[in-house]
Design a protein around this ligand. Structure first.
Ligand SMILES: Cc1cc2nc3c(=O)[nH]c(=O)nc-3n(C[C@H](O)[C@H](O)[C@H](O)COP(=O)(O)OP(=O)(O)OC[C@H]3O[C@@H](n4cnc5c(N)ncnc54)[C@H](O)[C@@H]3O)c2cc1C
Length: 398
């Protein structure tokens, strides 16, 4: 599906394409094309280049230092970036911490924290989930007790993506026990170098280290790092989650993944016939493509409402469910299309300069780890079951 672009939008696409062509390091583009796990250095190198152009915070309005792009420009940037094998922009600073800080933070907090997000010199992580509080996040128990000019934080967070890379964490803590668990939660910004923080790795079933457990043992956090009012953290947390779920639709990356499966199915053969011509496989591919097209239209509709100042509300749940389901189906098709080559466990092999030791073609190397990784999409950002509950309650009044 092609959007009809006006001359300014066409010029914008040209600008984005030529920027990426001139600046995206080849080694990073290659790793993205091969679906390999990227490291901190890969993300930072690319994000800092975007930062120099003001594009790392591409969803921010001009007043807070963003490019002030329209919904269409943001969409075009995402699609072109995926087409040209750019790494996805890690959301923790620009899409999560940043908007909370510029919406609810003090002037001092804005001056202190926003520049490091704009230029991508600071890596943020999200401290929400706890071992007993995932879907039921409001029951969280990591505590922050007032001690003079500081809070003393004690407790444990879990599934903290890239905490091992992070300089700062935005964190939900309990500052009071109230009748409703949502009350008494506060939103703190915590320096990850603070004494008393221990980051412990969790290795995923795809074989990679993305998650961590983070322990807090009497960690001193200055009171000036509190966002907004004490006890109102749930409001800020919900604001952030609604925006996170819109982003979880990830249309650009998913379109690229679909094209990748098409490419595999064009060369992989069954009984001498390309898989793409197999009626069953073709039907499954077409069905998922139709779902992706309707998701794309819905995402654009929601984004244009957001651009006029509306909150994404429950529609973000809808986008999260469909976006993640479509991406998971595509990863399954990619693994199936790679056939027996996807069976070999080839962790890290795609990083080799030559392919003489590879079992099978390049596209098969990460097909299984990609499939396994994509299982997590229906869990993070609030599981898809929870999103269905939200839709049932708020949209269908059930
Ligand atoms: C890839 C990935 C990255 C993540 N990154 C972060 C991060 O950076 N920071 C962070 O704080 N957290 C992160 N998380 C954690 C994530 O937010 C939680 O895993 C998620 O909220 C679910 O919580 P849980 O794992 O405790 O599962 P549980 O809440 O224990 O749920 C277990 C199962 O029960 C179902 N369930 C639970 N309650 C209900 C209900 N009321 N109705 C129907 N079904 C229900 C769930 O859908 C799920 O299938 C990440 C998770 C993943 C997978």
């Amino acid at each position: 599906m092609e959007l009809e672009l006006n001359p300014e939008e066409q010029a914008f696409c040209e600008e984005v394409r030529s920027f990426i062509k001139e600046n995206l390091p080849e080694d990073i583009a290659l790793r993205v094309r091969r679906n390999e796990k990227l490291g901190k250095d890969d993300y930072m190198r690319w994000q800092q280049m975007l930062g120099q152009r003001g594009w790392h915070v591409c969803t921010w309005p001009k007043e807070v230092g963003g490019p002030g792009w329209s919904v269409v420009q943001r969409y075009l940037f995402e699609v072109i970036s995926a087409e040209m094998n750019c790494p996805i922009i890690q959301p923790f600073g620009p899409r999560m911490a940043g908007p909370v800080i510029f919406t609810f933070g003090t002037e001092e907090q804005k001056e202190r924290f926003l520049p490091g997000i704009r230029d991508s010199s600071i890596w943020w992580c999200q401290g929400y989930s706890e071992p007993q509080s995932g879907s039921d996040l409001a029951t969280l128990s990591t505590s922050a007790a007032v001690a003079g000019e500081d809070y003393l934080v004690n407790g444990q967070k879990i599934w903290t993506s890239y905490a091992h890379y992070a300089d700062w964490m935005f964190c939900l803590v309990r500052t009071a026990k109230e009748d409703k668990p949502q009350k008494g939660i506060s939103f703190l910004l915590i320096d990850m170098k603070s004494p008393g923080i221990t980051v412990s790795p969790i290795i995923g079933m795809d074989g990679n280290h993305s998650f961590n457990t983070v322990f807090f043992d009497n960690v001193k956090v200055p009171k000036k790092n509190l966002i907004g009012e004490e006890g109102k953290g749930w409001t800020y947390a919900k604001f952030l989650l609604e925006h996170e779920r819109v982003d979880n639709a990830a249309i650009g990356v998913t379109k690229q993944a679909l094209q990748h499966v098409r490419d595999i199915a064009a060369v992989e053969c069954v009984d001498g016939t390309p898989l793409i011509d197999d009626p069953l496989f073709h039907a499954r591919l077409t069905q998922v493509e139709a779902q992706l097209m309707s998701l794309e239209m819905t995402a654009l509709r929601v984004l244009s409402d957001v651009a006029t100042g509306a909150s994404p509300g429950s529609a973000s749940s809808l986008l999260k469910i469909r976006g993640t389901e479509v991406a998971q189906q595509i990863s399954l098709l990619g693994m199936e299309a790679s056939g027996q080559y996807a069976l070999a466990y080839q962790q890290g092999r795609a990083s080799l300069p030559e392919y003489q030791f590879m079992a099978g073609p390049e596209y098969a190397v990460t097909a299984t780890s990609n499939y396994l990784w994509k299982r997590c999409m229906s869990i993070y950002g609030g599981s898809n079951e929870i999103q269905r509950n939200i839709i049932a309650k708020r949209m269908l009044s059930l």
